[in-house]
Ligand binder design. Structure first.
Ligand code: AMP
Length: 187
């Protein structure tokens, strides 16, 4: 079963995907984590990534798509992909369709965790203290939220027509969101 968790930064995608990884024996494909790993390696691509991330901008589709490919084609991850933070643009959504098609896979569920700006700001402030993430200052947070909403509108339209698309109120407690997801998955 392949699942997409969709929603603005701080909506709880990471928390829910970690839960799903355990429950379904899956693999979390967090492009944010993949990009941060690349930064740690201090490669030329890593340097480009850090500039975009710190400005609250999206990293280019070219870079993200190329880093994602190996995960989708990894045989051990087949039918066990939990996408967290990908796709974030229409071109990424179409790229994902192509990659999945060519590896004989599909998306089984898309969960849209919908949360307003105020809730996100409060949550990310807390996360900054807990996780000490370098890209988590308030200005960046607001920029990321706005960028996310603007850029992902077409992705939302693209997926929301599908019968496997489910919108969930992401301002609910973690457990309540998990319960909703479980109900849809029937697990
Ligand atoms: P996240 O950990 O998902 O909140 O992502 C942190 C940052 O990584 C974002 O603000 C973007 O700069 C970048 N990023 C993560 N995923 C993507 C993606 N699918 N496309 C473009 N940029 C991304």
């Amino acid at each position: 079963m392949n699942i997409i968790l969709f929603g603005p930064p701080g909506a709880g995608k990471g928390t829910q995907s970690k839960y799903l990884v355990k429950k379904l024996n899956g693999y979390q494909i967090s492009t944010g984590d993949i990009l941060r790993e690349e930064i740690k390696k201090d490669t030329l691509i890593g340097k480009k990534i850090i500039t975009n991330m710190n400005e609250g901008k999206f990293v280019s589709d070219e870079i993200v798509n190329s880093l994602l490919k190996n995960h989708v084609f990894d045989p051990k991850k087949k039918e066990k992909l939990i996408f967290d933070g990908y796709p974030r643009s229409l071109s990424q959504a179409k790229n994902l369709d192509l990659l999945l098609n060519s590896s004989n896979q599909k998306i089984d569920y898309i969960f849209f965790l919908n949360v307003d700006k105020e809730t996100i700001v409060e949550r990310i402030k807390k996360r900054k203290i807990l996780e000490k993430r370098s890209d988590d200052d308030l200005e960046t947070i607001l920029k990321r939220y706005d960028t996310y909403i603007d850029t992902t509108k077409p992705v939302l339209e693209y997926y929301s027509k599908n019968s496997n698309f489910h919108e969930i109120d992401g301002s609910m407690e973690i457990d309540e969101i998990t319960n909703k997801i479980e109900t849809f998955l029937n697990v």
